[in-house]
Write a protein that binds this ligand. Structure first.
Ligand SMILES: Nc1ncnc2c1ncn2[C@@H]1O[C@H](COP(=O)(O)OP(=O)(O)OP(=O)(O)O)[C@@H](O)[C@H]1O
Ligand SMILES: Nc1ncnc2c1ncn2[C@@H]1O[C@H](COP(=O)(O)OP(=O)(O)OP(=O)(O)O)[C@@H](O)[C@H]1O
Ligand SMILES: [Mg+2]
Ligand SMILES: [Mg+2]
Lengths: 465, 465
């Protein structure tokens, strides 16, 4: 008989490093930088600090680089540093239901693990939580067999910073300019985060300084409860098992968002129970009826404060800053829900000007303010754009290809949980509710484009007379 | 400061069920059946038993089904049953380096977890390891918070079977006929496994019986050591740390395949050490030189006995059985290596006959004898087929589309570890070594097709005269 045994998360992901975005050396550089930068921006946002980031990439040999990302964030509590960097599936964002760039508890440990896998070197971390506390310096590796941290160094250090974190990783990588490059990612990140100041030292190149474009932090998303729509029966069963509430009505109001007394009375009636029934006393058939009723009852849309859309004004401004077009438009849809998770779609469009008229449209995809550079064909955004008939809005379009014309599209999905097609967070899974919202946003901006094109054509025709 | 905590594998995958192949109800049915059937075929192969499988799908309500898969395999040891079905990342195949359909330790626990998530019902398991032992009946769920099994029932039962396993899962699903259906999957599985007998009870339909086409088991793949090519520096460092061998030369010969004394002397010389150096005494620079030398030294191709290709004869026979064409060809490439893992590409082609001449070619993809039904655009096989210029072989082909003509392509990759694009095992990651081998196989079969088409054209022209 075969001998079964446990497989650790880390050894699983060593074998599957392509699932984490480390398939090849060029992508590895981008993923490692992105995971560190995402963490810095999240941490600053969470602590109410205007982010100042420093990104350094140094070439050590033909295929070996050292990256460093330093922030002015809240720092990491000393006792947590080993696990944060030396253990996969460990973090503060998975269980909090609000929009953040990170969500899995994997990112930076995976980057460090890839560095260790290809160079044998540990991750170097400096962190300080306040000017009253000393700064700490750690060298950490992942014991991949057990998914536990191995601390090679742990000492106090002098640091001029009052608070913040610096992460250094040495890894096998390739640096290429142009499309999908780290340079592109840094620039798009600066645009999607106008409140951030970024100093970027590319390998062997001049320092690029992205100044803060706005002096105010965007509204920090607030943590919420799941919305009932799309929550699975098994999730409801577990919530009713785990809830501290002694009455069903209180449990529903406490564990979900948008459940009012009116909603409670409607669904308990349909389930043949009362609002004061003990959650644990519910029979499986009663929970099934309750579940069905929750899907059918009229509920307010989820609260918007768990999401932080870029906003129509900032999208237009961001496009204007970098794209030489003569018409800019943006649409931010109201929040929607998939599987109990609020999400919000935004589309920006730049048209005309010096954009080439006979090439395929350029498309930028973002999720939770993070630019996506790879796996376009697997992405829900791409599928939605391809599914819209842009010829109805005045553009050319061949079957199965992006529309062509002097056009740049920027599509952003903000969510408390973005369903990516793999742990590398490169493309968005095509859940029907998400594709539907994407299409609505794209068609809305398409109609505005159509009327602009018609208007311009009319003006041009009149000028000819 | 944010509070970090551990995330269990099971709660991670509940949130990410689309990563496991349970994105929508139609796919969920297919994935659940496939995970159970894969396990049965693997277990029978491992135990040297000619597989007899029974697959039942019963519709219980509009969107609720019960699936059952029963085999005559070796059964599962009673003490292991809870963890096999109630714990993700637990199995016998991840650490064994030979070709099997399963490789992650996730499949059937994920199917059970999805059933539990959508219906609240446990997985029902009957298993027996020999006629001398009693059969056991278990009802198991996954405690998703801790990734541990919860055993709801554990009792002896009467069973007419001498040995085998029966798995029943109730789940929210949709049953559709046609492309990507469970029916298609079962039929393609019967073809790729001519030694298996499969009795299939589709929902509300007649029983289909796929008789055994060959009376002999294919050669069972044998477990091997990794091949040095493509093994990362960090992996080598860990192997030298963990090896029981007291001398470097013995460690290399023991822990890798194809390392001879000649190879050892060549690489230790390049690393500036000797074959009798203690592995743990090696400095990091020495290991780096050793690693470099291992990549450069001339090595025999990996042993073929860890792989079980379908074979050119069986591929042609399989195609002939189901496709009405008038020309059949197959190519099985010699084994190659990516990241230390041996793999082998096979291509089958059916042409002409009653295949429609003006439609896109039909393409069947398989990995380790398992038919892949989804994510074609993300798959290395599709990318390789699209990258070949089939016009050079007498077919039509528009840019970015499959070739068109009276053509069916069947592409199989066999490997000790298939790099899938996600844990759902639906598409193959496009590692350069793999795409290269795919292209070589496709072009080889393309050249044979070209000469067949030329020959036929010549014959037709001569007949006109
Ligand atoms: N620069 C930083 N400043 C403050 N806290 C940080 C920083 N980097 C990481 N952390 C903390 O460490 C945790 C783990 O980070 P990690 O990147 O591994 O996972 P994550 O960001 O939670 O999710 P994801 O895998 O999606 O990136 C974070 O949740 C956060 O609490
Ligand atoms: N029908 C069966 N007969 C015998 N052993 C089985 C059977 N089904 C499962 N097992 C055992 O249970 C283990 C776990 O199965 P599971 O499907 O979860 O993972 P896996 O097959 O190892 O990998 P994968 O996630 O790729 O399917 C298997 O490795 C095998 O040892
Ligand atoms: Mg992160
Ligand atoms: Mg399996």
């Amino acid at each position: 008989a075969e001998r079964q045994r446990e497989i650790s998360v880390s050894e699983f992901f060593v074998k599957n490093r392509h699932l984490l975005g480390f398939d090849n050396p060029q992508k590895a550089l981008l993923t490692a930088v992105r995971e560190c930068v995402d963490n810095s921006l999240d941490a600053c946002g969470d602590a109410g600090i205007l982010p100042s980031l420093r990104i350094e990439i140094v070439q050590l040999a033909e295929d070996r680089f050292k990256i460093a990302v330093e922030d002015n964030g809240p720092g990491i509590v000393r006792a947590q540093i080993p696990k944060v960097f030396g253990k996969l599936l460990y973090g503060s964002k998975f269980h909090t239901m609000k929009q953040q760039r990170g969500q899995q508890g994997i990112g930076v440990s995976a980057a460090g693990m890839y560095g260790q896998l290809t160079t044998g070197k540990p991750v170097l971390i400096s962190s300080r939580t306040s000017p009253q506390a000393p700064a700490h310096y750690f060298e950490v590796t992942v014991d991949t067999r057990k998914n536990q941290p191995l601390v090679l160094k742990d000492e106090k250090r002098e640091w001029v910073k009052d608070h913040g974190t610096r992460v250094e990783i040495e890894l096998q990588a390739t640096y290429k300019k142009g499309r999908r490059s780290v340079d592109d990612y840094v620039e798009q990140t600066a645009i999607a985060n106008p409140h951030a100041e970024i100093t970027y030292h590319p390998p062997g190149g001049e320092v690029l300084h992205y100044a803060r474009a706005v002096e105010a932090l965007p509204e920090e998303p607030r943590e919420i409860k799941p919305h009932p729509y799309g929550v699975e029966l098994g999730m409801l069963m577990r919530m009713l098992q785990d809830t501290p509430a002694k009455q069903l009505g209180l449990a529903l109001k406490h564990d979900f968002s948008r459940v009012t007394d009116k909603v409670v009375s409607e669904v308990v009636k349909a389930a043949g129970v009362t609002a004061s029934t003990r959650p644990r006393d519910l029979s499986t058939p009663a929970i099934e009826k309750l579940h069905k009723a929750l899907q059918a009852v009229k509920l307010m849309a989820p609260p918007t404060n768990c999401l932080s859309p870029i906003g129509e004004e900032a999208i237009r401004a961001g496009l204007q800053k970098r794209i030489q077009a003569d018409w800019y438009e943006a649409v931010t849809r109201p929040p929607a829900v998939y599987r109990g998770n609020p999400f919000q779609v935004e589309v920006g469009l730049a048209y005309g000007g010096s954009l080439p008229g006979d090439e395929l449209a350029e498309m930028y995809r973002l999720a939770n303010r993070v630019p996506l550079q790879y796996q376009a064909s697997a992405c829900a955004i791409t599928k939605a754009v391809l599914s819209v008939d842009w010829r109805g809005y005045g553009l050319q379009m061949s079957k199965g290809a992006l529309p062509s014309g002097p056009l740049v599209l920027m599509v952003h999905i903000a969510s408390v949980w973005v369903p990516f097609t793999s742990e590398s967070k490169e493309a968005i899974a095509a859940y029907p509710e998400i594709v539907k919202e994407l299409r609505l946003a794209l068609m809305e901006v398409g109609r505005k484009l159509a009327s602009h094109i018609r208007h311009r054509r009319k003006v041009t025709d009149e000028m000819k007379k």
